[in-house]
Design a protein around this ligand. Sequence first.
Ligand code: ADP
Length: 590
Amino acid sequence: MFHEDKNNEKNYSLKDNLKKSLKYAKKRKKEFLLYFIGNLFLCIIGGIAPLVSAKQLLFLTDGILGKFLWISIFVFSIEITRNFSGYLTRKYSQIFAREVLKDIQIDMAKEVLRIETADLDKKSSGVIINRLTNDTSKIADIFLELNWSITDVITNTGILFAIFVINKYIFLFYVFSIFLIFFLERKRINIRNEMDKKYRKTAEKTTGLAGELVRGVRDIKVLNAGKSFLKNINEKITLLNEQRYQMIRTNRSFRLLIDCIRDILDLALIVIFIYMIKVDMITISSVVIIYMYRGRVFNLLSYFSDMLDYIKDFNLSAGRVFEVIDSDEFRKESFGTGKIEKVKGDFEFKDVHFGYEDKQEVLKGISFKIKHNSTVSFVGKSGAGKSTIFSLLAKMYHAKSGEILIDGKNIDTLDEDSIRGNISIITQNPYIFNMTIRENLEIVKDGLTEEEMIKACKLACLHDFIMSLPDGYDTMVGEGGLTLSGGQKQRLAIARAMVQKTEIILFDEATSALDNETQQSIQEAINNMKNKYTILIIAHRLSTVINSDEIMLIEDGKVTCAGSHEELLKSSKDYKQLYNLELKKNKTTS
Ligand code: ADP
């Protein structure tokens, strides 16, 4: 029931990810430069401040008060400069990160629209949603977080330098401590990183499932599938929590270990001090200064590990985002360069074979020709391959072999506009955007005039209904607005096709029983389009079949017979059987 993704996430190197992220950073050169200058100031100040402060303390402990005053004024001006540099760095790094986030998200949304339908079929919606929201933010955050941790590391490295000047043995002791803690932190981060990868995969599945819960809530209720759905979501959430808890537990255990080692190192430092004072290797005032700075040296270690954390986090998120933007895991649709300015609407399938990913062939060498401005109905059992023909015609999938021609041109040679700009698909349950009726029509045509809009809705037999609404064309539909019936949605989709003025209209009739009036309105809307457009219909009703110029019977991925209703009744036993079945069904329902 629930779609599982294969866990085959691609690993990009940090260098690749940085290179790709820098492409976005380069677009915001001005902000980056100001942020870089501010940061540079912070680092320089951070580097010299501890040395100056050490000197300041020495003047105080040695009782040289005059110099102590001057150096204190100098320290004050350094701190004021630090405040302003911090303000500038914060401001521009925030603007920079915000703009980079916007650019990456827009780029990703653009690429999502280009992903091959076959690859989208394989993924749950959570894969895209989580990467578009969480992971892109993490890439942008890196510019902020990394900035601060690098500044902190450099600033506190200045303290190490000051300690080096005061006493080389203590300096060596600190270098040893840094390496020891660095080694443990690296171990912690590597373990956490592996856990985080699994956690994010589960999070994608949970988001996908939550999306299905919201979208499918009505069907889940009607199917009485609430319990099984909850069981599934419960399993995912429990697993998600467990994985999150594991990460927290690992971090906590390592924290305890590292904190204990810090305390042991602290104690060792005191022992070293006592020994060195006894053998006259250090003065008491130097010990006071170094001891005062020890907190900052150890903080240097946590800043350093934070930095490693951010880098790993960045690498993981960037890998996941760039996988969507440019990897084989999410192949992008490709189109030819050929153009058809004004499509006539003739098309042909020539020995087309097709199957959905590794599965059995659905279309098994199907061939047929359709003349422009004719109305053709496809009939046949469910699963015979009728909708697949529509999907191939709109190039949602690629034929494995054979040719699909529009106006005599192979669709593989045509550009996207020549194909999709000339074809409208009206599905059984068309997607209506959560906007006003007007906006739902404007979305397919920029600068739609009132006149065009009304004309389209009149042809789609929807105008009178819209005018009966208090807000007319400005009525909100979809979530939080007016809920349209299946028939109304189909008519709005027909109006969208009329607005788009596509020459080819593919219409998948609703199988669900529509009331007579709605059926008539839809039939009238189709009749309004007849002889002006090439109309292909997946027909589930007799009225549509009888009215079409040609009927094709699709059986097991092939056209087994074609002709007008009368011709087929005479020539095809299968068609006659299907027709009689429909007739019987109609009698029982009427
Ligand atoms: P029809 O429209 O005649 O009912 P379809 O073209 O929808 O038939 O489906 C033909 C076959 O292809 C069915 O066996 C169906 O399960 C399969 N199929 C349809 N869409 C997909 C898809 N996106 N992925 C995998 N298989 C699919």
